[in-house]
Design a protein around this ligand. Structure first.
Ligand SMILES: [Fe+2]
Length: 242
C-alpha cells in the first residue's frame, strides 16, 4: 500500500473520520489542490421542506421539523461521512470494512432519497387526480381498493418501522405497492410514486403509538399532483428502457 494511503487509513481508524484530501496533504510543502471525485466528495446538502411545516393538517410543525432536521438531515450527514471514509479505502483495505461502508452508503443514500420523496408528496389536499384514479383503477380495480391494502400494509409494520411505497415497476410497467423494513430494501428498477414513512420518528411525537391516526393524517395531506407527475415520468422512463 502507498505509505500516504496507509497513514490516511490509520487516521480513519484512530479518529473515526477523515476529510478527503486533508490527510494526504500533510507533510507536503506545496500540496496540490485536492481533486475529490464525486463518489468521495461528501458534499450532499439537505433540501429544505417543500411546504410550510406549520401548514399541514394533523401533522405538527414540531414533528415535521424534527423529522426533517434530525432523521433526514442526519442521513445526509452520515452519507457525507461514509463517502469521506471510502475515499481512503483501496485494494488493501479489509474487505469487510469496505463492504460495511458501501452498505452504510446505500442505506443513507436511500434514506435521503425516500425522505425527499416522502416530504415531496406531502403538502397537498389529499384529493386524487383523475389520472391517478384511472391508473389505480387499472392496477387494483379501484383507487379505494388500492388505498385499503396500502393502509393495512402500513398498519402491518406499524409496530416496527419501514417504508410503504406505491411504485411503478419499470420492467412490467405496472403500479404496485410494496413495503421495506429498512432503507437498503427497495424494489429493483421501480420508481416510487407515493411514499409513506412508517418509522416511529415520523409520527410518535404527535400520535404516540396510534399509527392509524397518522396514516389518516398522511392521506389528508397527500399531494396527488406530485404523484401524477412522478407516474408520467416513470412511464416515459419505462418506455426508454424497453
Ligand atoms: Fe423518516
Amino acid at each position: 500500500m502507498d505509505p500516504s494511503r496507509r497513514t490516511a487509513l490509520l487516521a480513519i481508524t484512530t479518529t473515526g473520520l477523515a476529510v478527503p484530501g486533508t490527510v494526504l496533504a500533510q507533510g507536503s510543502k506545496n500540496p496540490p489542490a485536492p481533486i475529490v471525485p464525486a463518489a468521495f466528495a461528501g458534499k450532499h446538502l439537505p433540501k429544505p421542506l417543500p411546504f410550510k411545516p406549520g401548514s399541514l393538517k394533523g401533522l405538527s410543525e414540531q414533528l415535521l421539523v424534527s423529522h426533517h432536521d434530525n432523521n433526514y438531515a442526519g442521513a445526509i450527514k452520515n452519507l457525507n461521512r461514509v463517502e469521506a471514509e471510502l475515499s481512503h479505502c483501496d485494494k488493501d483495505t479489509p474487505p469487510f470494512v469496505v463492504a460495511g461502508l458501501e452498505q452504510s452508503a446505500l442505506g443513507y443514500r436511500n434514506s435521503a432519497t425516500m425522505h425527499e420523496l416522502y416530504f415531496g408528496n406531502l403538502g397537498g389536499d389529499g384529493k386524487r387526480t383523475a389520472k391517478i384514479d384511472k391508473a389505480l383503477a387499472e392496477a387494483y380495480e379501484g383507487a379505494s381498493r388500492w388505498e385499503e391494502l396500502f393502509r393495512v400494509t402500513a398498519m402491518g409494520i406499524a409496530g416496527g418501522s419501514g417504508w410503504v411505497v406505491l411504485a411503478f415497476d419499470l420492467r412490467r410497467e405496472v403500479l404496485r405497492s410494496y413495503w421495506s423494513g429498512g432503507h437498503p430494501m427497495h424494489q429493483a428498477l421501480a420508481a416510487p410514486i407515493l411514499v409513506l414513512d412508517m418509522y416511529e420518528h415520523a409520527f410518535a411525537l404527535d400520535f404516540g403509538a396510534a399509527a392509524a391516526k397518522y396514516v389518516d393524517a398522511f392521506f389528508a395531506n397527500v399531494r396527488w399532483d406530485e404523484a401524477e407527475k412522478r407516474l408520467e415520468a416513470a412511464k416515459k422512463a419505462a418506455m426508454a428502457l424497453r
